[in-house]
Design a protein around this ligand. Structure first.
Ligand SMILES: [Zn+2]
Ligand SMILES: [Zn+2]
Ligand SMILES: [Zn+2]
Length: 145
């Protein structure tokens, strides 16, 4: 039984959506550069649009904990559509562009290279990883950051 109203995508009480460069980032962001409670290292500055709801979340876990539906990975047919927000400068990259760079083409900020291992959980890309979201856990956060 759904306890939330259909319009409750924003502010359902389990997270605090936050504006980053004019884009509303859902889930559990902790700052305007889209770091979240799960990934908040220095380079964790992207938010990702999910195909299921069209909303931006900092990470898969934010989506899982806040959304009332399963993730639909960004489809291969839409890799050229803007879907990745650089929380540092507000540039929005296509998935195809994002997976081809190590940092933001506009501001030069480095992206977390560890995210590369998780692409299959977010994007319908060819790759060696089978992509079982149940196996995706937040990486240990570097306590020095
Ligand atoms: Zn969704
Ligand atoms: Zn998160
Ligand atoms: Zn940027």
């Amino acid at each position: 039984m759904a306890s939330e109203q259909e319009s409750a995508a924003v502010g359902v009480g389990v997270g605090e959506p936050m504006l980053s460069h004019g884009i509303l980032v859902h889930g559990h962001p902790v700052d305007e550069e889209t770091r979240c409670v799960h990934y908040h290292g220095r380079n964790d500055i992207v938010a990702i649009q999910f195909a299921c709801c069209g909303l931006y979340y900092p990470c898969l876990h934010c989506h899982r904990e806040s959304a009332d539906h399963d993730v639909v990975r960004w489809p291969a047919a839409r890799l050229d559509e803007p879907a990745i927000l650089c929380g540092h400068c507000g540039a929005v990259l296509s998935v195809r562009k994002y997976v081809a760079v190590v940092g933001c083409p506009r501001c030069g900020s480095a992206f977390n290279p560890g995210c590369r291992a998780h692409y299959r959980y977010y994007f319908d890309l060819p790759g060696p990883d089978g992509g079982n979201p149940a196996r995706c856990r937040p990486a240990a956060v570097d306590p020095r950051i």
